[in-house]
Design a protein around this ligand. Structure first.
Ligand code: GLP
Length: 236
């Protein structure tokens, strides 16, 4: 594991964007595993800048996102599809038909999950997976549990996750109670993993996840077993 501490969110965002940009430059048809939440917003802004400066070309890139809320369609401004469109895809030359986000409104969620994993396999797996981390150690929406779940699956969100994510909604009652998330198989199958976290509130979970035992109650701890993991943390 490469563990890097930087001074502030700006440095974190620049460092993450540089790693993603290097991936795309070295392999223009990369499959990028992308994440939502507040952590990657700065990195996405940096990637947009690089695209606008002519330094990056996303035309051959494919993306697969980690997760989606159940019940929200892509036009809902709280959906992760909408987040990805507005924070990245609408501003670069990625082909939207090659951007995959699980559907939160599929009538057959089990089939949606299986199809999602089949698609990742068809794409040849993920080259670089970007991750944030929840306060309870979740990655994607893999919540603390008795075991790690391999496949893409439906999850019931923990109360602490609902509370943490309520800041993005008008009221806590509007936060969906369930989501579809890529499982640990998809994430651990990525050739490279980059996890970014910032803020004093994340310090404890970063310690537990990367310097403590590997425990499904701290889902991100499984990443310690990944052979190409980079963690970037900034206190501010
Ligand atoms: C959500 C997402 C995660 C993300 C986490 C942390 O629950 N499903 O993928 O890592 O929030 O979000 P933030 O970066 O806003 O702290």
């Amino acid at each position: 594991m490469r563990y890097i501490e930087v001074e502030n969110y700006e440095q974190l965002s620049v460092a993450a964007a540089n790693i993603i940009a290097a991936q795309v430059i070295l392999k223009p048809n990369s499959v990028l595993g992308l994440a939502t939440g507040s952590s990657p917003v700065g990195a996405y802004k940096e990637l947009i800048k690089k695209y606008e400066n002519g330094e990056l070309d996303f035309s051959a890139v494919t993306s697969v996102n980690l997760d989606e809320y159940i019940g929200l369609d892509g036009d809902n401004d709280q959906s992760y599809r909408y987040f990805m469109n507005t924070n990245l895809f609408n501003h670069v030359n990625i082909d939207k038909s090659k951007t995959f986000v699980p559907s939160g409104i599929a009538t057959d969620i089990e089939k949606e999950c299986k199809d999602y994993d089949d698609n990742i396999a068809r794409l040849g797996g993920i080259d670089l997976q970007l991750l944030g981390i929840g306060l309870d150690g979740h990655i994607g929406f893999n919540e603390p549990d008795e075991f790690f779940t391999k496949a893409t699956h439906k999850v019931t969100l923990d109360e602490s996750t609902i509370e943490a994510n309520a800041r993005f909604f008008e009221s806590i009652d509007d936060v969906p109670r369930a989501a579809v998330t890529m499982g640990m198989g998809g994430i651990m199958g990525a050739k490279k993993v980059l996890l970014i976290a910032n803020g004093e509130s994340k310090k404890e979970i970063i310690e537990k996840a990367f310097f403590g035992p590997i425990d499904p109650k701290v889902p991100a701890s499984i990443l310690q077993l990944h052979s190409d993991l980079t963690v970037i943390y900034s206190k501010k």
